[in-house]
Design a protein around this ligand. Sequence first.
Ligand SMILES: N=CN[C@@H](CCC(=O)O)C(=O)O
Length: 344
Amino acid sequence: MRHLITFSQDLLKQLLGKRPGESRLGDNLLLPQGDTLEAIVAQAKADGARFAILGIAEDLGPRANLGRGGSTNALEACLKWFVNLQANRFYDGKDCLLLGTLDCSDLHQGELDTETLRNRVAEVDDRVIALCTVLMEAEIEPIVIGGGHNNAYGMLMATRAAYGRPVAAVNLDPHSDFRPREGRHSGNGFSYAAASGALDHYHVLGLHELKNSEANLEQLTAFGGSWHSLQDIWVRREITLEEALRQIAKDLRATGLPVALELDVDAISNMPSSACTAAGVPLLDACHYVSYIAGHSPCAYLHLAEAAPVCHEAGLAAGMREVGQSLTELIYAYIQGRRSFCTV
Ligand SMILES: N=CN[C@@H](CCC(=O)O)C(=O)O
Protein backbone atom coordinates (compact mmCIF):
# COMPACT_ATOMS: atom_id res chain seq x y z
CA MET A 1 0.00 0.00 0.00
CA ARG A 2 2.70 2.39 -1.00
CA HIS A 3 1.93 6.07 -0.57
CA LEU A 4 -1.46 5.64 1.11
CA ILE A 5 -1.75 7.01 4.65
CA THR A 6 -4.93 5.41 5.91
CA PHE A 7 -7.35 7.21 8.17
CA SER A 8 -7.41 5.81 11.73
CA GLN A 9 -9.86 5.47 14.59
CA ASP A 10 -7.49 7.54 16.76
CA LEU A 11 -7.54 10.44 14.32
CA LEU A 12 -11.30 10.22 14.08
CA LYS A 13 -11.60 10.37 17.87
CA GLN A 14 -9.51 13.54 17.94
CA LEU A 15 -11.80 15.22 15.42
CA LEU A 16 -15.15 14.03 16.66
CA GLY A 17 -17.11 16.27 19.02
CA LYS A 18 -19.63 14.72 21.36
CA ARG A 19 -22.95 15.96 22.71
CA PRO A 20 -25.22 13.54 24.59
CA GLY A 21 -28.00 12.06 22.50
CA GLU A 22 -26.44 12.96 19.17
CA SER A 23 -25.01 10.76 16.48
CA ARG A 24 -22.50 12.24 14.03
CA LEU A 25 -21.42 11.06 10.58
CA GLY A 26 -18.06 10.18 12.15
CA ASP A 27 -19.81 7.63 14.36
CA ASN A 28 -20.92 5.71 11.26
CA LEU A 29 -18.34 6.31 8.51
CA LEU A 30 -16.37 3.21 7.48
CA LEU A 31 -12.66 3.15 8.31
CA PRO A 32 -9.95 1.22 6.44
CA GLN A 33 -9.47 -2.32 7.68
CA GLY A 34 -6.80 -4.55 6.17
CA ASP A 35 -3.12 -4.59 5.30
CA THR A 36 -3.35 -4.02 1.58
CA LEU A 37 -5.42 -1.66 -0.51
CA GLU A 38 -7.21 -4.62 -2.05
CA ALA A 39 -8.07 -5.99 1.42
CA ILE A 40 -9.31 -2.59 2.60
CA VAL A 41 -11.47 -2.19 -0.47
CA ALA A 42 -12.88 -5.74 -0.18
CA GLN A 43 -13.78 -5.23 3.50
CA ALA A 44 -15.29 -1.81 2.86
CA LYS A 45 -17.33 -3.23 0.01
CA ALA A 46 -18.57 -6.05 2.24
CA ASP A 47 -19.55 -3.41 4.82
CA GLY A 48 -21.62 -1.51 2.25
CA ALA A 49 -19.20 1.15 0.97
CA ARG A 50 -20.32 3.07 -2.07
CA PHE A 51 -18.09 6.14 -1.70
CA ALA A 52 -14.48 6.57 -0.58
CA ILE A 53 -13.03 9.90 0.53
CA LEU A 54 -9.41 10.35 -0.49
CA GLY A 55 -7.10 13.35 -0.15
CA ILE A 56 -4.17 14.06 -2.46
CA ALA A 57 -1.55 15.93 -0.46
CA GLU A 58 0.33 17.79 -3.19
CA ASP A 59 0.78 21.27 -4.57
CA LEU A 60 3.36 20.32 -7.20
CA GLY A 61 0.83 20.77 -10.02
CA PRO A 62 -0.09 24.42 -9.36
CA ARG A 63 3.61 25.24 -8.75
CA ALA A 64 4.60 23.47 -11.99
CA ASN A 65 2.02 25.78 -13.62
CA LEU A 66 3.83 28.79 -12.11
CA GLY A 67 0.99 29.32 -9.64
CA ARG A 68 0.83 29.42 -5.85
CA GLY A 69 1.28 26.36 -3.64
CA GLY A 70 -0.83 25.39 -0.63
CA SER A 71 -3.18 22.69 -1.92
CA THR A 72 -1.70 20.02 0.36
CA ASN A 73 -4.06 20.05 3.33
CA ALA A 74 -7.59 20.56 2.00
CA LEU A 75 -8.74 17.13 3.22
CA GLU A 76 -7.51 17.91 6.72
CA ALA A 77 -9.49 21.18 6.62
CA CYS A 78 -12.60 19.37 5.46
CA LEU A 79 -12.70 16.33 7.72
CA LYS A 80 -13.07 18.31 10.91
CA TRP A 81 -16.41 19.59 9.59
CA PHE A 82 -17.54 16.53 7.66
CA VAL A 83 -17.22 13.97 10.47
CA ASN A 84 -19.09 16.24 12.87
CA LEU A 85 -22.22 16.62 10.73
CA GLN A 86 -25.29 15.08 12.31
CA ALA A 87 -26.20 11.54 11.26
CA ASN A 88 -29.96 11.59 10.82
CA ARG A 89 -32.83 10.69 8.50
CA PHE A 90 -31.22 12.58 5.60
CA TYR A 91 -27.90 10.75 5.69
CA ASP A 92 -26.13 8.50 8.16
CA GLY A 93 -22.65 8.05 6.61
CA LYS A 94 -22.79 4.25 6.60
CA ASP A 95 -21.95 3.88 2.89
CA CYS A 96 -18.86 6.08 2.94
CA LEU A 97 -15.28 4.92 3.55
CA LEU A 98 -12.91 7.47 5.02
CA LEU A 99 -9.93 6.05 3.17
CA GLY A 100 -7.08 8.48 3.84
CA THR A 101 -4.47 10.51 2.01
CA LEU A 102 -2.27 9.81 -0.98
CA ASP A 103 1.12 10.76 0.39
CA CYS A 104 3.35 12.73 -1.95
CA SER A 105 5.72 14.18 0.66
CA ASP A 106 8.76 12.45 -0.88
CA LEU A 107 8.05 14.19 -4.20
CA HIS A 108 8.18 17.63 -2.54
CA GLN A 109 11.81 17.16 -1.43
CA GLY A 110 14.91 18.75 -2.97
CA GLU A 111 15.50 21.50 -5.53
CA LEU A 112 12.31 21.95 -7.49
CA ASP A 113 12.78 23.93 -10.68
CA THR A 114 9.93 23.99 -13.21
CA GLU A 115 11.15 20.99 -15.16
CA THR A 116 11.62 18.92 -12.01
CA LEU A 117 8.18 19.95 -10.75
CA ARG A 118 6.60 18.79 -14.00
CA ASN A 119 8.39 15.45 -13.81
CA ARG A 120 7.23 15.05 -10.22
CA VAL A 121 3.63 15.76 -11.27
CA ALA A 122 3.91 12.82 -13.68
CA GLU A 123 4.92 10.68 -10.69
CA VAL A 124 1.86 11.87 -8.78
CA ASP A 125 -0.20 10.85 -11.84
CA ASP A 126 1.06 7.27 -11.55
CA ARG A 127 0.09 7.09 -7.88
CA VAL A 128 -3.38 8.52 -8.48
CA ILE A 129 -4.02 6.11 -11.36
CA ALA A 130 -2.86 3.05 -9.38
CA LEU A 131 -4.95 3.86 -6.31
CA CYS A 132 -8.14 5.09 -7.95
CA THR A 133 -8.25 2.25 -10.48
CA VAL A 134 -8.50 -0.24 -7.59
CA LEU A 135 -11.35 1.73 -6.01
CA MET A 136 -13.32 2.07 -9.22
CA GLU A 137 -12.80 -1.56 -10.19
CA ALA A 138 -14.57 -2.38 -6.92
CA GLU A 139 -17.40 -0.01 -7.95
CA ILE A 140 -16.58 2.42 -5.20
CA GLU A 141 -16.88 6.07 -6.24
CA PRO A 142 -13.84 8.10 -5.17
CA ILE A 143 -14.53 11.53 -3.71
CA VAL A 144 -11.13 13.09 -4.23
CA ILE A 145 -10.00 16.21 -2.40
CA GLY A 146 -6.97 17.74 -4.10
CA GLY A 147 -4.25 18.58 -4.65
CA GLY A 148 -4.01 20.57 -7.85
CA HIS A 149 -6.26 20.17 -10.86
CA ASN A 150 -3.43 18.29 -12.54
CA ASN A 151 -4.98 15.24 -10.82
CA ALA A 152 -7.91 15.31 -13.25
CA TYR A 153 -5.52 13.49 -15.59
CA GLY A 154 -4.89 10.65 -13.12
CA MET A 155 -8.59 10.39 -12.34
CA LEU A 156 -9.59 10.23 -16.01
CA MET A 157 -6.93 7.60 -16.72
CA ALA A 158 -8.05 5.53 -13.72
CA THR A 159 -11.67 5.74 -14.87
CA ARG A 160 -10.76 4.55 -18.35
CA ALA A 161 -8.72 1.69 -16.88
CA ALA A 162 -11.47 0.59 -14.49
CA TYR A 163 -14.42 0.91 -16.90
CA GLY A 164 -12.55 -0.12 -20.06
CA ARG A 165 -14.03 2.89 -21.85
CA PRO A 166 -13.12 6.53 -22.32
CA VAL A 167 -14.73 9.15 -20.12
CA ALA A 168 -17.17 12.06 -20.51
CA ALA A 169 -16.12 14.95 -18.27
CA VAL A 170 -17.80 18.08 -17.02
CA ASN A 171 -15.76 20.70 -15.21
CA LEU A 172 -16.91 23.80 -13.33
CA ASP A 173 -13.86 25.98 -13.85
CA PRO A 174 -12.97 29.42 -15.25
CA HIS A 175 -10.00 27.74 -16.97
CA SER A 176 -10.40 24.87 -19.42
CA ASP A 177 -7.10 23.26 -18.32
CA PHE A 178 -6.64 22.32 -21.95
CA ARG A 179 -3.27 24.03 -22.21
CA PRO A 180 -0.34 22.72 -24.31
CA ARG A 181 1.32 19.45 -23.39
CA GLU A 182 4.56 21.06 -22.29
CA GLY A 183 5.13 18.81 -19.28
CA ARG A 184 2.56 18.00 -16.66
CA HIS A 185 1.00 20.74 -14.53
CA SER A 186 -2.36 21.90 -13.22
CA GLY A 187 -3.32 23.64 -16.48
CA ASN A 188 -3.18 20.65 -18.84
CA GLY A 189 -4.81 17.65 -17.15
CA PHE A 190 -7.59 17.51 -19.74
CA SER A 191 -5.42 18.05 -22.83
CA TYR A 192 -3.14 15.19 -21.74
CA ALA A 193 -6.17 12.97 -21.07
CA ALA A 194 -7.62 13.83 -24.48
CA ALA A 195 -4.32 13.00 -26.21
CA SER A 196 -4.16 9.63 -24.43
CA GLY A 197 -7.69 8.74 -25.55
CA ALA A 198 -9.05 8.67 -21.98
CA LEU A 199 -11.17 11.79 -22.49
CA ASP A 200 -13.86 11.54 -25.16
CA HIS A 201 -16.31 14.30 -24.29
CA TYR A 202 -15.53 17.51 -22.40
CA HIS A 203 -17.72 20.41 -21.28
CA VAL A 204 -16.53 23.38 -19.23
CA LEU A 205 -19.14 25.20 -17.17
CA GLY A 206 -18.33 28.76 -16.11
CA LEU A 207 -15.35 29.16 -18.41
CA HIS A 208 -14.10 32.74 -18.09
CA GLU A 209 -14.04 34.33 -21.54
CA LEU A 210 -10.77 36.18 -20.87
CA LYS A 211 -8.87 33.64 -18.77
CA ASN A 212 -8.16 31.21 -21.62
CA SER A 213 -5.77 32.05 -24.42
CA GLU A 214 -7.00 31.96 -28.03
CA ALA A 215 -4.62 29.05 -28.72
CA ASN A 216 -6.12 27.19 -25.78
CA LEU A 217 -9.69 27.80 -27.01
CA GLU A 218 -8.73 26.65 -30.51
CA GLN A 219 -7.20 23.46 -29.15
CA LEU A 220 -10.32 22.81 -27.08
CA THR A 221 -12.60 23.45 -30.06
CA ALA A 222 -10.52 21.21 -32.33
CA PHE A 223 -10.99 18.41 -29.80
CA GLY A 224 -14.77 18.93 -29.85
CA GLY A 225 -14.95 20.43 -26.37
CA SER A 226 -17.78 22.79 -25.45
CA TRP A 227 -18.55 25.34 -22.76
CA HIS A 228 -21.01 27.73 -21.19
CA SER A 229 -19.04 30.78 -20.20
CA LEU A 230 -19.20 32.46 -16.80
CA GLN A 231 -20.41 35.55 -18.63
CA ASP A 232 -23.17 33.63 -20.52
CA ILE A 233 -24.79 32.50 -17.28
CA TRP A 234 -23.79 34.74 -14.40
CA VAL A 235 -23.09 38.12 -16.09
CA ARG A 236 -25.19 38.52 -19.27
CA ARG A 237 -27.76 35.96 -18.09
CA GLU A 238 -28.36 34.66 -21.60
CA ILE A 239 -29.12 31.23 -20.20
CA THR A 240 -29.99 30.14 -16.68
CA LEU A 241 -27.81 27.76 -14.70
CA GLU A 242 -30.77 25.38 -14.60
CA GLU A 243 -31.11 25.30 -18.40
CA ALA A 244 -27.38 24.83 -18.83
CA LEU A 245 -27.26 21.94 -16.36
CA ARG A 246 -30.20 20.20 -18.02
CA GLN A 247 -28.44 20.39 -21.39
CA ILE A 248 -25.06 19.31 -19.97
CA ALA A 249 -26.52 16.26 -18.20
CA LYS A 250 -28.48 15.28 -21.31
CA ASP A 251 -25.30 15.44 -23.42
CA LEU A 252 -23.32 13.47 -20.83
CA ARG A 253 -25.95 10.72 -20.70
CA ALA A 254 -26.10 10.59 -24.51
CA THR A 255 -22.42 9.57 -24.64
CA GLY A 256 -23.16 6.34 -22.77
CA LEU A 257 -19.80 6.81 -21.03
CA PRO A 258 -18.82 6.99 -17.37
CA VAL A 259 -18.92 10.59 -16.20
CA ALA A 260 -16.13 12.53 -14.49
CA LEU A 261 -17.51 15.25 -12.21
CA GLU A 262 -14.81 17.88 -11.85
CA LEU A 263 -14.70 21.14 -9.92
CA ASP A 264 -11.82 23.55 -9.56
CA VAL A 265 -12.69 25.55 -6.46
CA ASP A 266 -11.13 28.65 -8.03
CA ALA A 267 -14.51 28.84 -9.82
CA ILE A 268 -16.10 29.77 -6.48
CA SER A 269 -16.00 33.40 -5.26
CA ASN A 270 -13.04 34.04 -2.98
CA MET A 271 -12.34 30.36 -2.28
CA PRO A 272 -8.72 30.14 -1.12
CA SER A 273 -6.80 28.63 -4.04
CA SER A 274 -3.86 29.35 -6.32
CA ALA A 275 -5.98 31.38 -8.76
CA CYS A 276 -8.46 32.68 -6.16
CA THR A 277 -11.00 35.12 -7.68
CA ALA A 278 -13.51 37.64 -6.39
CA ALA A 279 -15.61 37.23 -9.54
CA GLY A 280 -16.57 33.61 -9.11
CA VAL A 281 -19.79 31.68 -8.76
CA PRO A 282 -21.61 31.48 -5.41
CA LEU A 283 -20.77 28.41 -3.32
CA LEU A 284 -24.39 27.26 -3.36
CA ASP A 285 -24.47 27.37 -7.18
CA ALA A 286 -21.40 25.13 -7.14
CA CYS A 287 -23.22 22.79 -4.74
CA HIS A 288 -26.22 22.77 -7.07
CA TYR A 289 -23.96 21.92 -10.03
CA VAL A 290 -22.51 18.96 -8.13
CA SER A 291 -25.92 17.83 -6.89
CA TYR A 292 -27.58 18.10 -10.32
CA ILE A 293 -24.88 16.32 -12.32
CA ALA A 294 -24.50 13.62 -9.64
CA GLY A 295 -28.26 13.08 -9.68
CA HIS A 296 -28.69 13.10 -13.46
CA SER A 297 -25.67 11.34 -14.93
CA PRO A 298 -23.71 8.13 -14.27
CA CYS A 299 -20.78 9.60 -12.34
CA ALA A 300 -17.65 7.56 -11.72
CA TYR A 301 -16.20 10.03 -9.23
CA LEU A 302 -16.13 13.55 -7.80
CA HIS A 303 -12.92 15.58 -7.85
CA LEU A 304 -12.69 18.81 -5.84
CA ALA A 305 -9.37 20.39 -6.82
CA GLU A 306 -7.12 23.30 -5.90
CA ALA A 307 -8.40 24.29 -2.44
CA ALA A 308 -5.46 25.91 -0.64
CA PRO A 309 -6.36 27.06 2.90
CA VAL A 310 -3.12 29.03 3.24
CA CYS A 311 -4.17 31.30 0.35
CA HIS A 312 -6.97 32.87 2.42
CA GLU A 313 -6.18 36.56 2.81
CA ALA A 314 -6.95 36.44 6.55
CA GLY A 315 -4.50 33.58 7.11
CA LEU A 316 -4.39 29.83 7.55
CA ALA A 317 -7.02 29.45 10.30
CA ALA A 318 -9.59 31.36 8.25
CA GLY A 319 -8.62 29.35 5.18
CA MET A 320 -9.04 26.02 6.98
CA ARG A 321 -12.51 27.09 8.09
CA GLU A 322 -13.62 28.40 4.68
CA VAL A 323 -12.24 25.42 2.77
CA GLY A 324 -13.45 22.90 5.35
CA GLN A 325 -17.04 24.09 5.45
CA SER A 326 -17.26 24.60 1.69
CA LEU A 327 -15.84 21.22 0.66
CA THR A 328 -18.08 19.53 3.21
CA GLU A 329 -21.17 20.99 1.52
CA LEU A 330 -19.90 19.92 -1.91
CA ILE A 331 -19.28 16.36 -0.71
CA TYR A 332 -22.74 16.10 0.80
CA ALA A 333 -24.27 17.50 -2.42
CA TYR A 334 -22.52 14.72 -4.36
CA ILE A 335 -23.49 11.90 -2.02
CA GLN A 336 -27.15 12.90 -1.97
CA GLY A 337 -27.18 13.40 -5.75
CA ARG A 338 -25.76 9.93 -6.33
CA ARG A 339 -28.14 8.31 -3.88
CA SER A 340 -31.12 9.84 -5.67
CA PHE A 341 -29.74 8.87 -9.13
CA CYS A 342 -29.75 5.21 -8.18
CA THR A 343 -33.26 5.16 -6.82
CA VAL A 344 -34.99 6.69 -9.89
N1 LIG B 1 -5.87 24.56 -12.66
C1 LIG B 1 -5.74 25.76 -12.94
N2 LIG B 1 -5.28 26.17 -14.13
C2 LIG B 1 -5.22 27.53 -14.53
C3 LIG B 1 -4.43 28.38 -13.57
C4 LIG B 1 -4.54 29.81 -13.88
C5 LIG B 1 -3.75 30.74 -12.99
O1 LIG B 1 -2.91 30.28 -12.21
O2 LIG B 1 -3.99 31.95 -13.09
C6 LIG B 1 -4.65 27.60 -15.93
O3 LIG B 1 -3.65 26.95 -16.18
O4 LIG B 1 -5.21 28.30 -16.77
